[in-house]
Design a protein. Sequence first.
Length: 875
Amino acid sequence: MTLQPQVKYRNDYLPTPFLVDRVDLKFDIEDELTRVSSRLVINRNEAAAHSADLVLDGSARLTGVVLDGQTLGPDRYLLGEDTLTVKDVPDSFILEIETELSPASNTSLMGLYASNGNLFTQCEPEGFRKITYYMDRPDVMAKFTTTIVADKVKFPAMLSNGNKVGEGMVDKKRRWVKWVDPYRKPSYLFAMVAGKLTALKDKFVTMSGRTVALEIWTEPADQDKVVFAMEAVKHAMKWDEERFGLEYDLDIYMIVAVGDFNMGAMENKGLNIFNTKYVLARQETATDVDFEGVEAVIAHEYFHNWTGNRVTCRDWFQLSLKEGLTVFRDQEFSADMTSRAVKRIEDVQGLRAMQFPEDAGPTAHPIRPDSYIEMNNFYTMTVYEKGAEVVRMYQTLLGRDGFRKGMDLYFKRHDGHAVTCDDFRAAMADANDVDLEQFALWYSQAGTPVLDVKGQYDAAARTYRLDVCQSCSSTPGQSDKLPMHIPLALGLLGSDGQDLPLKLAGEAEAGATTRVLDVKRAEESFLFLDVPSEPVPSLLREFSAPVRLNVDLTDVQLAFLMAHDSDAFARWEAGQMLSQRVLRQLVADHQAGRALALPAHFTAAFAAVLKDSLADPAFKALMLGLPSEGEMLEWFDAADPACNHLVREFVLKQLAQALRGEWRQTFELNQTREYRPEDAGRRTLKNHALAMLSRLDDAWPLEAAKSQCLHADNMSDQMGALLALRDSDAAERADCLAAFADRWIGDPLVMDKYFALLASSQIPSALEHVQSALAHPAFSIKNPNKVYALLRTFGRNMAHFHAADGSGYRFMADQVLAVDALNPSVASRLVAAFNRWKKVEPQRRALMKAELERLAAAKLSKDVFEIVSKNLEQA
Ligand code: B3K
Ligand code: ZN
């Protein structure tokens, strides 16, 4: 990269000098070429500074510009690399623009592109400018119509936003269809699809009695895999009416599945476009986790219709306004559809594994960033998942009803507008008459806050004092952090394991057994009265804030919480703390050359969980899981991934051996005869037990896994078996993998699982297998799902990506370059594997840095450039 790409700053926001009232688009689709005509009704924006010229964003091949009926010569406009400036325009005018696109050669999958011969668009955040010239920013909201003209046989489906208002034949072969979207929207919500697709059709009657047509479009061969997605749509529609009073607003709601897609899905108005991964699901090809993913993403995109589309973002720095809120909404929906406790723990696991490292690394940013080079780089775990935690904290502070009041006011004030995160916070504050000034820091400060908590019991006074101290490490560009407003939910357990009613100093009576404390200062103390004996504190119940918690509890107290805490999250968390303590100690032992030995109390705690016959199996499986190797990397300043791996494997093997009988019993007791969706938890627990047993030197678990793999009637059990075999050097592994690939070669989504199994394996030859998979007939470097399955998974394979000889790093850097030449947004997600280079021990650190420097010297997209340069800036 010779030219330094331009940095955009949040504080530079200015309204546009012009606004667009109407956009009439026409797509004329031919074999190699698509011609796009756009007719814009433009008016001067009285609220903005005057400008004689109109500047539009765009990079498509321009074939014509007409202003108020007059074709403009090149003297009247200036075509830059990514702008079109029309000189000296009147106050109100009609601008007609013609462009020509070659969708088949668009490998970026942004703008208009082809996938398996069909055409799709992806516009968020800045793809519309690859289609035509426009003020391509979210605060320009216009009414759109779309006319599509194409061969009726090659493109029987012709879809766009809004309601279909007409269709007909242009000549014998070519058909036209016209769509009108009555709602104003920004260009990023535009969508057009044309292709050989068919639909499953259904309907939904809204709470006010309107009938909405529902359609899920796929390639014909996939129509047998959309029944579950259709049910999910209806559940989501109903849930949003009941929980938030929000109703769908068009006559038709369409979902289209496409196999080539950069992310999960896209909430285009009335026409959501989905990665097949989040639509297609039936028991033979999708795991229980896949089903949950489909339900969650379907809900997420549907919920965007209000949080994102009806009320949108003023500028891209406000992305969390729609994403954090919509993730929170989909999390709540999933909690209501499945198990609230399990869902919460899974979400926290994801946050810790992916967002905490991001927040501690070179690309750390607040949920509302201050600057970016490439907006696509900011669809991050921080904006989405930490953003959702921030929204959740409003609900924790205000209660469900208070939160709902805030939401109602937000829609009342801002429906049809493009607004900011501050507007959302103001609605929450005003609707509840509370002060949320300090809470604003959650939007501006990056980094994970740390809470250090100490408890002290005074037997004579019968009081319990909690001393809470908050801090936050510096992050790039932010060294001094201010104390935040942190809701700390807690309970106190009496010696019988029951919750004590809590009475804070100054209160007359004891009340609830869970309280939310407002932690606002750097150091704060809370005094509880009438505490009969020394309690065990249960802190951060339901994970009430996205913080790291340090608390001085003994191993015995942690085991007590694991057994008794009434809050499921806190029970699980106590187990995680205990595991962390053991793993850290063993890492220290190993590094000091001491022999490794697993403490007996740890095995006993696991045994107690395994023997608990009352617990929900899905929860039990979570209780039996250790923190991941990725998480372990974060615990040390000069982490040794090999040592972490060895220690974690040691613990797993010891637990497998010591509790061999219990694991076996768990495996047997949770067998399910025929497939029922509601047995998901039992399948998870059974397969967890199988994976543990396969660590033993016994032959039967491998045989059992092989038999399960070959005979299971559902994908969860096939994958469960393959995961149990994945790291084994026994013949069963190779046999089963080969049989699996043979059986599923024609199913791209299942082949993604196959590639992910190769890339996550711990066997010594894992990298070789990944390298040869690049040439597998089912692999394509142009397909994002394949790249994520094989290459991103490999980047998370702690043992092999971090191989001591640097082979993993070299391989990954080569792949980043190969992908970057085709699809910068996907490449940029791969290169993130290097983000923790400063965390690892010096030898690997040097190897990683050398690869980053090699990348920096190459010709890079601005996407990858931004990530690589942020990594090297911290050197
Ligand atoms: N809003 C889209 C994400 C677009 C990402 C562009 N790189 C999907 C979602 O969050 O629902
Ligand atoms: Zn979203």
